[in-house]
Structure formats: C-alpha cells, structure tokens
Design a protein around this ligand. Structure first.
Ligand code: 2IT
Length: 449
C-alpha cells in the first residue's frame, strides 16, 4: 500500500479509535484508492486524504419533545456536512436508538463517494438522531420532527444542505420536517428536502428508486457474465422500502424475491414476493407497529422461520443484504460460499464486515458495494432537486428511464476505473476509485482549505 495512505489510515485509527464504523469505512475506501495516490504525488503534497477524513462541518444539537403522557424527552440530533466540493451537501437522516457519531460519520463519508458516482452535483452529508420512531404515536413523531427541524433549519437550504430519509425517516417524517422548515422560514423552498410527498414537490419513483436502481445495477452485472434476470431468484434481508423496490422491479423484469428477513426471523415464499397484493402487504407491514413477518406467512401460506437468518440457503441465485450495517459477518460469509452463491450485491450501507467481504471475494463470489448499488436512491433525490428548482414535474417513466441510465453509468464507471488501474473486475475498488477521482479533482482545483 502507498506509504501516505498507510499513514493516514493509521492516523484515523489512532485519532478515532472509538469510532469503529467510521474507521472501517475509511480503511476500505482508502485501501482501494492507494494506486490513485501512487499516480498523483500532488495529492500527498496537498495532504488531500487527511483533509478528506475531517467533515467540513458537523454539529450536534439537543432535541426536546413532549410525549403523549406529557413527559419531557431529550434526544441528541446530528448533522455532518462531510464534503461539499462537488455540490450542496446531500444525504439522509437516520432516526434509530443506536445512532451515534461514528455511524453518522461513516454514513457521511460513504455518501461523499456515492454521490460523486451518481454523476450529479451533490456533496456528501448525513444526519439523524438517537430517537427511535418505533412504537411512537403519530403526534409524538410530529412533535419530535418539529423540534429537530427547529434546531436544524438555519444550517440547511436548497443550495446549502439537502437532507432526506434513511432508516426510521420516511415520507411521514419528511412531511413534518418540511412543514416546520416552511413555517420557520416563511418561504416555499421545497428543494431543501427530498423524499417529499407528491402533493408538495416530491418526485415520482423516489420511494422505489433505491430498490429499482439496485436491480438495474444487478442487470448490468448479469449481462457482463452472459446472464440475465429472467427466472432468477433473490434473497433480500429487510422489508423496508428498499427491499420493496427490489421486489417490485425484480417482478417487472422476470426475476423474483423468494426470501425476505426481519429482526424476528425470515420468510421463504417460493412463488416469489411478486404480486401487487403481496407488495402492498409489505408496505402495510412496514407502516404498522403491531404486525410482523409472521403475518405475511399466515396470509400467503408460506414458511416463516422464527429467529433465524437465511444466510446459507442455496436455492437462490443472488443475495442482496438490504437491512442495515454489519449484518453479514465472517461466519455468514462462510455459509454463503458453501451454498455456492455467485452474486452478492450489498444494498444497505456497509452491510458486510471487512473480513466477510475479503472471504467472499477470495472464494470467487462476485461482490458489488453498496455505495454503487444503492446510489439510485440519492440519485433520484438529485432529480427531485432538479425538478424543484425548475418548478416542474417529470413523469414516472422519465424518472425511471433516467435512473436506469444513471445505474448503467455507475456500473460502467466502476468497471472502467478498476481496469485503468490494472485491478481486473473489481466492482468495489472501481466504485471507490471512480467516486474518489471527481471529489479529489474538485478539491484540488478549489485550493487548500
Ligand atoms: O444512504 C442514502 O443514500 C440515503 N439514505 C438517501 C439519501 C438521499 O439524500 O436521498
């Protein structure tokens, strides 16, 4: 590895020893771009990498809200404006009880390279709170979102920083957040958030975009291996809107999702989670606090394995982890290899531990990284921003067609970048290099700061 890259990784490990997810991401990305640094001594002279690991700005704020019983609750909110070299800061908000500074920073760092890969002018950011919407009433969620936005609104804007959803933040939360922004600022500036409802500036296809994009990317991978989606079976972890989008687009293109998992266990539906009725059921499942995956098995008469994880099942062609970070460890990777799985596409951000990725690659599994596979979500967010700034609305077909071209572009850029550095067919290194190159160039051209 390049000596400077090694030094910066060691520095980050030392300085941020307690931020395990952040360190893991920096190591993965910087190990990949080491050959780029070899060819660009001017990047070392400008100390580019050390500058890249420090967010341009990051803040933490108090979020106080009153619950339905009248009790006062205090949570912590964060916004990390990681890198604005190629566009306004852009990235989601995550509301979940395990959110901390390490998770926000890892997501913001990843977002920087992902957003660059989309080819659109968006910088990298992330934010969120240790507030957990699960089990909260609608009124509590509204009060929380209003309080969160009251703390944040001065620091964001359509040309400054554009938050969106992530785990725990969907259309409902974005609606409350936008309402409070508009109320405080007294201006209809809907380009400040993406993932909005259609009635006030949301984009068609945004809810589906991450999942649809993942399937378009998969299509490119299969094409490169003289294969196609037709008749393929897919195992997907998670049942949020990303998994739902995967199921929907897979069904449209002749493939099917036969496994789906949640924290309580997994479902095996050999016929595929493909019909409108089943897809609508998944949506309702996500929105309800009371129902769980078992109710799907009861309704559609299929198998539910309580408490289990499906890693290791061998009656599928493709695995797509789409739930959360570090859901697949070395032990799971061993099972996946043993099952003879050929394609493993990360969809959630960093779902695989570093050792697990290593093991999958060493054993010939084709691994695609989340920052490429899930980039269609933020990519369509950028299309939502474009529509908002032009005060017009594109059709679903138009957005979907642009999304497809974007995903093909991301795939091609990744393959090309790995080739240019003599790395062969390496979708992980390729995505990291292609994402890095544009940000690095923009930072170099804008001077030292
Ligand atoms: O991880 C992600 O790319 C997102 N949560 C979407 C971010 C966005 O701004 O649409």
């Amino acid at each position: 590895m390049n000596r400077y890259v090694e030094d910066v990784i060691a520095y980050v490990k030392r300085k941020y020893a307690d931020q395990k997810e952040f360190v893991q991401t920096v190591e993965e990305v910087f190990a990949s771009i080491s050959p780029v640094i070899d060819r660009h001594p001017e990047y070392v002279k400008a100390d580019l990498l050390k500058r890249m690991v420090e967010p341009e700005r990051m803040f933490r704020f108090r979020v106080v809200w009153t619950d339905d019983e009248g009790r006062v609750n205090t949570n912590v909110g964060w916004r990390c404006q990681f890198n604005g070299a190629i566009g306004p800061y852009k990235g989601g908000l995550r509301f979940k009880n395990n959110v901390n500074e390490s998770i926000i920073k890892f997501l913001g760092f990843e977002q920087t390279f992902k957003n660059s890969l989309t080819g659109l002018p968006i910088g990298g950011a992330k934010g969120g709170s240790d507030f957990d919407p699960a089990g909260k009433s609608d009124a509590e969620i509204m009060r929380f979102c209003q309080s969160f936005m009251s703390a944040l609104y001065r620091y964001i804007g359509p040309d400054i920083d554009v938050p969106a959803g992530d785990i725990g933040v969907g259309g409902r939360e974005i609606g409350y957040l936008y309402g409070q922004y508009r109320r405080l600022k007294g201006v209809f500036e809907n380009g400040v958030l993406t993932g909005k409802g259609l009635s006030y500036g949301g984009s068609l296809i945004r809810p589906e975009a991450t999942g649809y994009g993942a399937i378009y990317y998969l299509e490119e991978v299969l094409k490169a291996h003289n294969d196609s989606l037709m008749g393929k079976k897919i195992a997907v972890s998670g049942y949020g809107n990303v998994s739902w989008g995967i199921m929907k687009k897979a069904a449209q293109l002749g493939a099917k999702v036969t496994y789906m998992s949640g924290s309580q266990g997994y479902i095996h539906d050999e016929e595929g989670i493909s019909t409108d009725e089943k897809l609508d059921f998944i949506l309702a499942l996500r929105e309800s606090n009371s129902k769980n995956l078992k109710s799907y098995a009861e309704r559609f008469n299929c198998e539910f394995v309580e408490g289990g994880k499906f890693w290791g099942v061998d009656d599928v062609d493709i695995y797509m982890p789409a739930a959360t970070q570090n859901e697949v460890d070395l032990e799971d990777a061993r099972k996946i290899v043993k099952a003879g799985i050929k394609y493993y596409l990360e969809v959630s951000n960093m779902p695989t531990t570093a050792e697990a990725i290593e093991y999958l690659k060493e054993n010939g599994v084709i691994v695609a990284p989340s920052k490429a596979v899930n980039a269609g979500g933020v990519g369509v967010s950028a299309l939502e921003m474009a529509q908002n700034s032009q005060r017009l609305v594109w059709t679903a077909e138009e957005v979907d067609a642009r999304l497809k071209v974007m995903m093909q572009g991301i795939y091609e850029k990744s393959v090309d970048a790995a080739n240019r550095y003599g790395l062969g067919y390496d979708l992980i290194a390729g995505a990291n290099i292609a994402g890095f190159e544009k940000v690095a160039q923009a930072m170099m051209e804008q001077g030292i700061f």
